[in-house]
Design a protein around this ligand. Structure first.
Ligand SMILES: [Zn+2]
Length: 250
């Protein structure tokens, strides 16, 4: 299948599902997990069990998240994030499933009703015990190394960035919505994900099995390229700048 043909199919669909990974945000300046020099090479992610068990691990969590918070203050949504918003505005978007915790889809304007953040978000801090939400700015501006790690002002529970940490269970409701959208999708479009992390990588398979057209836009090959109807291996910005004019025609 060529881009033209895909664009023609896309124009007619009212049930488009996007699935995004780190690749969509690298063009906003969010370093990939493995990029050298990124915050993730400086601070190792903390396992959830360790976070619960040790103050030293909680300090490492907050060091990493504070560095991430400083980085996220500077990054902005890009053409990819905004292009997906246009699908929602045209009534074509069934849902957007993202593996990213940078919150850029929400900042670009995708509504809560159409968005599943599979791995949670770094744009919120919550209490692990009572669930009370806190604005990250309030927490990060107050905390620095040497102070006890943040706790809830209502119940005394540990606060934690609202991302899903390694070892922490996947959010049930988010998984269910992602599953439903995958089953109902007419077009399922993967953007910037290497599709190597489960359970995320199972959604394109569910969509394909349900009869969806599967499109994979990623710089590197993925394990699901063989079952995709269209594979695009160039920058994501380039993909949308070629696709959008074709969508606008006639
Ligand atoms: Zn609490």
């Amino acid at each position: 299948m060529e881009l033209n043909e895909f664009a023609a199919r896309l124009k007619k669909s009212r049930a488009v599902v996007f699935f995004t990974g780190a690749g969509i945000s690298t063009e906003s300046g969010v370093p990939d997990f493995r990029s050298p020099g990124g915050v993730w090479t400086k601070y190792q992610p903390v396992l959830f069990q360790d976070f619960l068990a040790s103050e030293a691990a909680r300090v490492r969590h907050w060091q990493l998240k504070k560095a991430t918070y400083e980085l996220f203050k500077t990054v902005k949504a890009n053409i990819g994030h905004y292009a997906i918003c246009e699908f929602e505005q045209r009534g074509q978007l069934l849902g957007l499933i993202t593996q990213n915790i940078d919150g850029l889809h929400k900042l670009a304007g995708t509504s809560e009703a159409k968005l599943v953040e599979l791995h949670g978000t770094d744009r919120l801090v919550t209490c692990l015990k009572c669930g009370k939400p806190f604005q990250p700015a309030d927490v990060y501006e107050k905390w620095h190394e040497g102070l006890p790690t943040p706790t809830c002002d209502s119940c005394g529970g540990y606060l934690k960035s609202a991302n899903v940490s390694f070892g922490q269970s996947m959010p049930v409701e988010a998984m269910r919505r992602a599953q439903d959208w995958s089953e109902q999708a007419e077009l399922f479009i993967v953007i910037g994900s290497s599709l190597q992390v489960q359970p995320a990588a199972s959604f394109p398979v569910i969509a394909k099995r349900g009869g969806a057209l599967l499109v994979i836009v990623n710089r590197d090959p993925t394990p699901l390229d063989d079952i995709a109807d269209f594979v695009y291996r160039q920058p994501i910005g380039k993909f949308f700048s070629e696709l959008l004019p074709l969508m606008a025609d006639g």
